[in-house]
Design a protein around this ligand. Structure first.
Ligand code: SF4
Length: 372
C-alpha cells in the first residue's frame, strides 16, 4: 500500500471540475466501468456510485459484475475482496491506496500463525477449532482462514455463519478475527456467556491469558477493534435517555459490549438503514455508527419527519474511508479512460492479490457468500 502524491492538475482541481472529469470518463467508458461506493463514503463519491452498500452487499455485487474496470470506493480490504472474486480479465482500483482499515491492520498474518501454532500444540480439542474472520481483514488473513476450513463473515451474517458452524459440530471452537466486539456481541446473543469467551492478545506469550480458559471456551476473540465505533460509550446513551426519552438508540455491533447492551437495537450498516428508514414519521434516532452514513440518513429522512443524529452529537468519521475524495476519483477515472483508449500510461492504484492467496481466500469468501 502507499499512495503516490496526486498529480498537481488533480490536487488543485475544484470539486465541480473534478466531478465533471468523473462524469465524462464514466460516460465514455460506459459499461466497461462500475463504481462501487461503501455507505461510509463522502456524498461527492456516492453521487457517482453505480451501487452502494455495506461490505457484504458490495462483495456480492463485485462478484456479479462483468465490467472490465471495478473502481472500489471503500477501503483496501474491500478492494482486495473484489479482486479475489473478480474474473481474470477484470481490474480493481482503489482511488486512494492509503484508504486502509485500522481494524484489519490489527490482525497480522505472522501473529495469527503464532496463535494457531500455540493452539495446535497446547489444546486437546484443537481439531474442533474453526477460524472465522470478519470481512474487515487482509487477503492474507482470509487465505489463512480459507485453507484451515474456516469462513469469512460480515456484521450482517455473522450469526448465521456461527450457527452453521455449531450446527455442524456442537463442540466447535471459534477463533474469531479480528474484531473482538463483533465476535463477543454475536456469541453472547447466541447464548455464550462472557466467562466462556477467551481472549487472544497478539505479542503476548500464550495470548496473555490462561491455558485453561482457552481450553474450555467455545469462542476465542482476537484483540482487534474499530477506532470509530470505540468512540461510542454508555455515558452518551444515558445522556440521550435523560434529554429525549422518546429517542431510540441503535448501534453497530463493532461497538463495545456495554454500549450494545444499553442500546435499544443493534445491527449492521444495512440493518441500521432499514430499521431507521422504515420507522414511523415522528421517530427520533441516535445512531452509533460512522457519521457520513448518519448525516446522509438525517438529510434523506428529515422531509419524512424522522429525526436522526449521531449518538453523542459529535461526528465520528472513518478518516481512512474519507481519503477517497472527488479529486482522487477523478484522477483514477481519467487514468482508466486513458488506459482503455490504448494510451501508454503508468498503472497506479490497481489492487492485485497474489494467485495463491487468492485461491485460499476465495474459499473463505465463497463460504461466506453461500451463507448469506
Ligand atoms: S469504520 Fe472502522 S472497521 Fe470500518 S473501515 Fe473504518 S476503521 Fe475499518
Amino acid at each position: 500500500m502507499g499512495q503516490m502524491p496526486l498529480p498537481e492538475k488533480f490536487l488543485d482541481m475544484a470539486g465541480d471540475e473534478a466531478a465533471n472529469v468523473v462524469r465524462e470518463c464514466k460516460a465514455r467508458l460506459g459499461k466497461k466501468v462500475v463504481i462501487l461506493g461503501h455507505h461510509y463514503q463522502r456524498d461527492e463519491i456516492i453521487e457517482f456510485a453505480d451501487f452502494t452498500g455495506d461490505s457484504l452487499r458490495l462483495s456480492e455485487i463485485a462478484a456479479e459484475q462483468s465490467a472490465k474496470y471495478i473502481v472500489f470506493c471503500g477501503v483496501h480490504f474491500m478492494a482486495e475482496s473484489a479482486d479475489i472474486l473478480a474474473s481474470e480479465d477484470q481490474m480493481v482500483f482503489l482511488p486512494d491506496m492509503d484508504a486502509g482499515c485500522s481494524m484489519a491492520d490489527m490482525a497480522e498474518i505472522d501473529d495469527v500463525e503464532v496463535c494457531w501454532e500455540f493452539l495446535e500444540k497446547n489444546l486437546k480439542n484443537f481439531k474442533d477449532i474453526v477460524p472465522v474472520t470478519y470481512v474487515n481483514s487482509s487477503a492474507n488473513i482470509k487465505a489463512f482462514v480459507g485453507r484451515n476450513g474456516g469462513y469469512c463473515c460480515t456484521s450482517s451474517n455473522c450469526e448465521q455463519v456461527l450457527k452453521k458452524i455449531w450446527d455442524k459440530n456442537k463442540n466447535a471452537k471459534i477463533l474469531f478475527l479480528p474484531d473482538q466486539h463483533l465476535g463477543r456481541n454475536t456469541a453472547f446473543k447466541m447464548g455464550v456467556p462472557l466467562n466462556m469467551m477467551a481472549f487472544w492478545k497478539a505479542g503476548k506469550e500464550g495470548g496473555g491469558g490462561k491455558l485453561a480458559q482457552l481450553q474450555k471456551s467455545p469462542v476465542i476473540l482476537w484483540n482487534g477493534s474499530c477506532c470509530v465505533h470505540q468512540k461510542f460509550n454508555v455515558e452518551q446513551i444515558k445522556a440521550v435517555r435523560k434529554a429525549a426519552k422518546d429517542m431510540k438508540i441503535i448501534v453497530h455491533p463493532e461497538c463495545c459490549f456495554d454500549v450494545v447492551q444499553a442500546a435499544d437495537y443493534n445491527g449492521s450498516t444495512s440493518q441500521i438503514i432499514k430499521i431507521v428508514e422504515e420507522s414511523e414519521p415522528g421517530s427520533q434516532w441516535a445512531i452509533g455508527t460512522e457519521s457520513s452514513l448518519v448525516n446522509r440518513l438525517r438529510d434523506q429522512l428529515e422531509p419524512k419527519g424522522i429525526y436522526v443524529q449521531t449518538l453523542g452529537g459529535v461526528p465520528r468519521q472513518c478518516s481512512t474511508m474519507y481519503r477517497n475524495d472527488i479529486q482522487h476519483l477523478a484522477w483514477i477515472m481519467d487514468l482508466i479512460y486513458r488506459l482503455d483508449a490504448g494510451e501508454k500510461v503508468e498503472m497506479y492504484n490497481r489492487v492485485v492479490v497474489d494467485d495463491e492467496i487468492k485461491a485460499d481466500a476465495k474459499l473463505a469468501l465463497r463460504r461466506m457468500l453461500e451463507k448469506s
